[in-house]
Every structure is written in C-alpha cells, then in structure tokens.
Design a protein around this ligand. Structure first.
Ligand code: MRU
Length: 346
C-alpha cells in the first residue's frame, strides 16, 4: 500500500510532480522539462521533503540534459555541471538534495569519454537508482520502527515525513502505513505545522487516505496533550543529521523534543542514511533556510499580521542529539545517538 500517489515520477522524457502546494483541496500534477522548472518546483515546495527533493533533482538533471545530447561532448558536460550547480541552489538544508546531485555528478564524470547518448542513459539509470534506494530505505525504516513501537500506541508527529516527502511509505509515517497493512494500529496526532501546514494539509491527508486514525492539533497543543498522558512517543522525519547525531527538521521540531524530554516521552527521529551528512560535524553547522516573510504574515493569501511588521521565518530547527531517544535509519537503530553511533550506520 504506502502512498498510492507518487510525489515524483519519471515519465521517460519529463518529470511528473504532484503540486503539494494545492493539497488537500486539489490533486494536480506538473510537467517538468527544464532545470528552471525543477528549481522553481523545489523552491516553491511543489515537491518537498528531504528524500523527495533528492529524487526530483536526479530526474530534473536527466530531463534538463536531454536538449544537450546533440551538442559536442565538452559542451554537454559543461551544461551538466551548470544544471547540477543550479539545482543545488534551490534549497540549502535537506542534504538529500546534495547527496543526489553528487551522485549525478559522479555519473557524468565516469562517462566523460563516452558519447552523450551513453552518458544520458547513465544519468537516467542513476536517477532511477536514487529513487529505488529511497523506496527501499522507507520500507527498512518502517520495519525498524515497528520493532520499537507497540500496537495501540498514540504517536505525535510534526510536519510531513510520509510518502509525499519520500517515495512510497515515508520515514516517520512508515510504521503507521506499514503497520496498517499488518494489523498494527496507531493513533496519530499530527501537529498542523506552522506556517505552511504540512502536518494539517499533507500528513492528515495521506494518513486519512490510508485509513490510519489521525487527529490534527495546532502546534501549541502538543504540550497539553503530553501533560495529559495522551502521547506515548513522538516520531518525526529529518532533513539533515550531523555526524554527532544532531538533527535538523521542520521548524517547531526542537520545541516538541524539549516537551517530550520534560514529559519523559521517547522522541524518535526517522531518516535514511542519505540524510546523514558526515561532512557536517554538529547541528550548528547545518545551514538553515530562511523563507519569505509572507508565509508567516500573509499565509495562504490571508493577512494575519500588520503590513510592514518585521517577520522572521526560519524553515527548520536543529534538535540536539541529547534530546533524541533514537534515530531510526534503514541500516539500523542508533540509540542515544552520538558520533560513534552514527558512524556505525553510515
Ligand atoms: O519544508 P519541507 O516541507 O520540505 O520540510 C520537510 C520536513 O521538514 C520533513 O520533516 C523532512 O524533510 C523529512 S521528510 C521524510
């Protein structure tokens, strides 16, 4: 089962992207053929979620390079470099984007002496391999998470780390979706996730479609639910895990982790090994995207703060590893994550 609708799909000559900005009211797809179109789709969050933007970037490179196949080999490779470097400027935090683009770059370098058609084919195969890796990773994360969680638990999640953000089962939502197929049931509270409501619009939508018991709360309700004993565990996705186990995820995740610690509730971070960045030593080194102030003061076209007022809009925050009970990866579970534990799964 997992998510029936694919957020990203290679169509042989273009990329089909589900425009997630329109969910849940409209299910509409976009056709991506150029680097500019893919850059815009990533920047505007039509495709979003760490693994999904990596997969989209791989196919984006493949699609954009088609028009250069008939050019001289030198020119083709110069264009390839340009496309890859350009897509890398679309969003700074999720490392899967750079992980995928590095793989596309390596593939290009390996075929430096070949005809462009051969290189083009290799790029397409690499993009498919990236998608396949992320799909397998989601299933493995789901299996590992199900070994930690118990049937009947009530879980809290933040943002969207489901099939819409990845491929198929998602990461934080994988135990819920995989569990559903196996008769393991969870009750889920989804933080609505200000300012762009990925929890209310996307997590609630995909869990509801899968028949999982989901309830939306506003972000500021989580503490009260924990105090009332209504949450057994928190599980969230991640955009970049530093070498010491600090994890960046959607803004608001850190607050939930602090609340969980105070209430002695396990706080789990789920993510594929492609989200671990050994070149980023600690959470302080993770670049945090800042987005347009209008997302906060005029979200979804409705003015909610006075015109001209100052707004600060960081899109992600970092949860220090001390607040994380375990990181659930496709290669295993890292309990009480630190440098040594992370090094064991990469
Ligand atoms: O800004 P977004 O919607 O791309 O942020 C997404 C998140 O923060 C997700 O939790 C994260 O990418 C994990 S996706 C499996």
């Amino acid at each position: 089962m997992g998510n029936a609708i694919k957020p990203v799909e290679w169509m042989g000559d273009h990329v089909k992207i589900l425009n997630q900005t329109l969910l849940p009211s409209e299910v509409k797809f976009m056709e991506i053929r150029t680097a500019q179109q893919m850059w815009d789709a990533i920047k505007m969050l039509c495709v979003r979620g760490a693994p999904a933007i990596g997969v989209a970037a791989g196919y984006g490179v493949t699609a954009a390079m088609q028009e250069h196949v008939d050019k001289p080999v030198e020119r083709y490779h110069a264009e390839l470099e340009k496309v890859i470097d350009y897509l890398a400027t679309s969003r700074p935090t999720a490392v899967n984007l750079f992980w995928a683009l590095d793989r596309m770059k390596e593939t290009g370098s390996r075929h430096r002496e070949d005809a462009n058609a051969v290189t083009q084919q290799a790029l397409e195969e690499q993009a498919k391999a990236i998608e396949q890796y992320e799909e397998n990773a989601c299933i493995a994360i789901g299996e590992n998470a199900l070994a930690l969680l118990k049937d009947g638990m009530t879980l809290l999640t933040h943002c969207n780390a489901g099939g819409l953000a990845t491929v198929h089962y998602g990461t934080a939502l994988a135990p819920m979706l995989l569990g559903k197929e196996r008769g393991v049931h969870f009750k889920v509270y989804a933080d609505e996730t200000r300012p762009l409501l990925q929890g209310a619009r996307l997590t609630a939508w995909e869990l509801q479609q899968a028949g999982v018991d989901v309830t939306v709360i506003t972000d500021n309700m989580a503490g009260m639910l924990m105090k009332q004993g209504k949450i057994d565990a928190v599980i969230v996705g991640c955009d970049r895990i530093a070498a010491n186990g600090d994890a960046a995820n959607k803004i608001g995740t850190y607050s939930v982790a602090v609340l969980a610690k105070h209430h002695q509730i396990p706080f789990y971070v789920a993510g594929p090994v492609s989200t671990i960045d050994m070149n980023t030593p600690t959470g302080d080194d993770i670049p945090i995207e800042e987005r347009d102030w209008e997302e906060v003061s005029c979200g979804f076209g409705k003015r909610t703060a006075p015109e001209g007022v100052k707004v600060y809009n960081p899109a992600f925050d970092v949860t220090p590893h001390e607040l994380i009970t375990a990181i659930i990866t496709d290669k295993g579970i890292v309990r009480n994550p630190d440098e040594a534990g992370i090094a064991e799964v990469v």
